[in-house]
Design a protein around this ligand. Structure first.
Ligand code: 4AD
Ligand code: MG
Length: 464
């Protein structure tokens, strides 16, 4: 049935065979003495059309009462369809209703276009829509391609901890973990829950990045990566930030920033090629309903060499441009999304890797350049989104690292284990982080990152 739905080669030979589809009703349309019921099992974009006639014993009593969301098992013969919109359909010989929809009028997922805002309020039911089905399958395809890319290129996947004691980004935006006995909640004097109880006698947080841990594995296995959930307590209500998001962080030994940028380019192109070839059905829907140029811009991305621009040069270009920006452009200030988008969309028209940022706006672990005022950092900027990847060559010199930990006001006690990597067989190494949901947003042409993850966690949304 799946082959017939996808219309792939070989489906012709299935015509005439007995098939069963188990899924959920999308729509029902009645004609004289027969009904067309569209059933989706979510395995691919298209639902299958089930033709139910009054020859079915339960045609009047059940088939004609089916509404969106009902669970059914349809059995019948696969035939070439005379109707428009599908090549095949099932001539039903049996139609079992497994689960009714209690109250069809108030069922939230009606067969019509819903606003994304509304669907966020019913995030537990939104996978039943065309859009969220497509996003989910594309997200899966990307995740598979990520693991495949690294596996094919000799990287090992390392699972880094979610509970952490160090602030891996040195940015101070972490969620604290407390130990609570739920049956006997500790109370403060005011009567509220006492969250001051820590993690078995130590302060602990949800990790913001697995990088520091994976660096240790890199300095033993040479090519490694993480792929897991990370958490940031930034109270930002933007369309680009989540409190809980997934991140992919490769780390390579005996490598500098140029090697890191080359890896990022090869990696992103591999992922886009995978989606274009494996999820053509979902991408066709995205291009039709969400973003017109979704496919063409990915093809362009795959075929264009990334541009490389140093931060200092980027600032000069932005200052020389005729564009009016909301935020100031000045050497020493971080680039804002509007600046990033001007660089990648207007100035170059291709993805851009911006390198060598001022040391004070980037993280403590980045390698200090010889000029003493920039670090070997990079951001990969993509047309239509801005920063998608952030990475750097790491500071492998112990004395310079110590000076930077002190300069950033971080507690050296938290980083003793990290310092060991510089004490025992240190080598130049580099890596980057790709925000998984930023990638899904980009590929699916979404305008809000809360639609790129099944259950978004952001200020004001954690109810599911
Ligand atoms: O630039 P960031 O903070 O870099 C790191 O965490 C490094 N440890 C990465 C590394 O070198 N191994 O984050 C990396 C990426 C960003 O480019 C962005 O795509 C994503 O993570 N990201 C977020 N995505 C969703 N919501 C947030 N709040 C995000 N913050 C960062
Ligand atoms: Mg960044």
């Amino acid at each position: 049935v799946k082959e017939a739905l996808a219309g792939t080669a070989g489906s012709q030979s299935l015509v005439g065979s007995e098939v069963t589809v188990k899924g959920w009703v999308r729509t029902r349309r009645d004609s004289a003495a027969l009904s067309f019921v569209h059933v989706s099992d979510g395995s691919c974009f298209a639902p299958i059309q089930v033709v139910a006639t009054d020859a079915l014993p339960n045609y009047e009593t059940e088939a004609k009462r089916l509404s969106a969301g009902c669970a059914v098992i349809a059995t019948g013969t696969l035939v070439a369809s005379q109707g428009k919109g599908q090549s095949y359909e099932i001539q039903a010989t049996g139609l079992e209703v497994v689960g009714w929809v209690e109250d069809p009028e108030t069922y939230p997922i009606q067969p019509k276009a819903h606003s994304l805002e509304f669907l966020r309020e019913v995030a537990h039911l939104r996978p039943r829509t065309n859009l969220f089905g497509a996003v989910t399958r594309i997200r899966h395809c990307l995740a598979q391609a990520i693991h495949r890319f690294f596996h094919e290129n000799g990287f090992y996947w390392v699972n880094t901890p979610i509970i952490s004691t160090s602030d891996a980004e040195g940015a101070g935006q972490m969620f604290r973990i407390s130990t609570l006995d739920m049956m006997n909640l500790p109370r403060t004097e005011a009567g509220g829950i006492d969250f001051s109880k820590d993690f078995f006698g130590k302060e602990a947080f949800l990790t913001v990045s697995g990088q520091l841990n994976v660096e240790g594995y890199c300095l033993a296995l040479s090519k490694v990566y993480t792929f897991g959930p990370t958490f940031r307590a930034e109270n930002s209500h933007t369309t680009r930030h989540l409190a809980e998001f997934w991140m992919i962080e490769p780390e390579i030994a005996f490598a500098d920033l140029a090697a890191d940028a080359a890896l990022a380019e090869q990696f992103l192109k591999y992922l886009f090629r995978a989606v274009l070839s494996e999820r053509a059905d979902d991408m066709a829907f995205i291009a039709e309903r969400v973003q017109k140029d979704a496919i063409t811009r990915m093809e362009a991305f795959v075929n264009a060499p990334f541009e490389r621009i140093e931060y200092t040069e980027a600032v000069r270009l932005l200052q020389a441009s005729k564009q009016k920006f909301d935020f100031p452009v000045e050497w020493g200030l971080d680039l804002q999304t509007e600046h990033e988008r001007w660089l990648t969309e207007t100035h170059v028209g291709r993805p851009v890797v911006v390198t060598n940022y001022p040391e004070h706006i980037k993280s403590f672990y980045m390698r200090l350049n010889d000029d003493g005022r920039t670090v070997a950092a990079m951001d990969v900027l993509a047309p239509g989104i801005g920063e998608i990847i952030g990475g750097s060559q790491r500071e492998e010199r112990l004395d310079v690292l110590d000076a930077r930990i002190a300069k950033f006001g971080l507690d050296p006690a938290h980083y003793q284990w990290y310092r060991d990597f510089r004490r025992y067989g240190t080598v130049p190494h580099a890596g980057f982080g790709l925000g998984f949901e930023r990638l899904v947003v980009y590929v699916c042409g979404l305008s809000n990152i809360r639609d790129a993850i099944p259950f978004p966690r952001a200020p004001g949304s954690a109810e599911f």
